[in-house]
Design a protein around this ligand. Sequence first.
Ligand code: NOJ
Ligand code: CA
Length: 685
Amino acid sequence: MRIPLLVLALIALCAPALAQTPAPVPVTVSSPDGTLTVSVTTDGDGRPGYAVSRLGRSVIAPSRLGFILTDAPKLERNLVVTADAATHHDDTWEQPWGEQRFIRNHYRELRVHLRERTAPARAFDVVFRLYDDGLGFRYEFATQENLTTLRIGSELTEFNIAEDGEAWWIPSHEWNREEYLYHRTPIAGASNTQTPMTMRLDSGLHVSIHEAALVDYAGMNLRRAEGRRFVADLTPGFTNAAVEREAPFHTPWRTLQISDTAGGLVESALILNLNEPNAIGDVSWFKPMKYVGVWWEMHLDQKTWGSGPRHGATNENTRRHIDFAAENGFGGVLVEGWNVGWDGDWFGTGWDYSFTEAYPDFDIEALAAHARERGVQLIGHHETGGNAYHYEQQMEAGFDLYQRLGIHSVKTGYVADAGGARVTGPDGQPTLTWHESQAMARHHLAVVAAAAEREVAVNPHEPIKDTGLRRTWPNWISREGARGMEFSAWGQPGNPPEHEVNLVFTRLLAGPMDYTPGIFGMVTRSPDGIATTWAKQLALYVTVYSPIQMAADLLDNYEANPGPFQFIKDVAVDWDDTRVLNGEIGDFVTIVRKERGTREWFLGAITDENPRALQASLSFLEPGVRYRAEIYRDGPNADWRDGAGRSRADIVIEQREVTAAETLTLRLAPGGGQAIRFVPLGRAR
Ligand code: NOJ
Ligand code: CA
């Protein structure tokens, strides 16, 4: 149904749900409870724009929409706006695994039609979905005579932040891809940024810009044009077009999460809701799990990926890890450096890799059989050196091998500098590309599809950014896509104490991260070593969500420290419910999660370099039930700066009974944290 603008304006004035923004804004829609309102308009030249307000206060000032094409006039002016009546959607869906079991998908949708007033009269739609905690919008191109192939040079989508404030961001188009420390600057001090970019406005409102459902399109960065006005900045393609698509198609959703509290951003399911439902059916063959691995010892340079006297992936070392996993209740064992191809120059090349041929001292058949006998799974590893072209020629054979051996997950890797990944170019030859280009968006989904056919789940490192595609492809279980723990093994510098409290409110809004926590050996090749306390290492299992969590340290360090190791053995990896009790971006956060299918809860609290006393109400627990709280907290001398009487390893492990009526004071040391397991005991007396 098409409705003329005048009628729409009248509807907007009469219908309460549409009446948040006063006339003369021509087209508006509000979120289900009226918190957020979007209005769409055109200026005198027919240039379209949108604006967002929250409870009547501007959040996104008028911002342009449109495209610059490389082989046709741009699509951004001389446009007429019409719109359909807004629709309402409300249902609840179930995640096969995740940080929350049931997710409510509750929004109002407005479809806006834009058509050029004169020939060639090209047309496109912009669809807005308004939730109470954020919104998404995307462009849709229908089949039409004068717009068949779109070659998109730039997307003109703007985000004109209405208010001053602070921003947390990492730079885009830099050589080390997503592996940068976060900047905290005034909003107008951000430059070229990746997403999610998260802001706290001076009014206290929290806003994060990202995208959802990045399928067959270039990843979006942000470029600050002036003041607080940011413009979508697409990752380059093979030519001066970042994206080449045939109509009909639609872009990814451009997303804005908007919340009073920083924790509200974390609790929002916006990104997942804007993705399509599960496309691959039952994935019960993948079980969320904790794992150990032949891994950290390479990052400490005690062992090598390549063959030779220090080779890590030997039969003996792998058997030791399998037996350790079985004895301590871990589901998986990652083994890196098992396959031929590591001996030459693999960084940014990857030509030598075989994904089916093991080194002679790694008997993959016997080790997989031993693992199966002990109820543990090997986790496959496919480092590609960024060479997706070479990998695509072998990946199916690699997944076939894993399927035959009962291996249901693989860690992939794309170690190459930015712009140095290789894909099949338009001429069928290997061509260099960016890790977040349209070509790599296609590559990652091709891998995930080929893996799903063989019941293999995928965890890419140096990946394309997460945009919630795990909803559609629930075998896309986790990824890296930020500085992981490995930077504290060898980084110059390593990850500072504030790193994880930045990640929770930025990178992790996009989706799970394979951060690889659980380190007790605090001295590494990086100048500050592991810049946290032991208690914080434990708390990371709750605060950094992933359905696969590594116990990343050397087995010797776990065997030597059974006390704190007990929490790593006990902590859950799959959840019914998640709540953020408190938090400020870059400063601290406390998250509680209820284990899927049991009555146990887990709490993780982490801080930056500052000590804190955080209040945690236990009202999330079942009322009237006594719980045993197994507490792992910073000791009196705990401090991320070792020495002078201070120690990262100072941890107090204690138990006490608690009920939902209590409020705990969580005392966190500088660079510290706290982890608690709550086990129900019975009814309170
Ligand atoms: C980088 C990954 O992040 C790391 O986990 C892996 O060990 C190396 N690449 C080698 O694949
Ligand atoms: Ca990495």
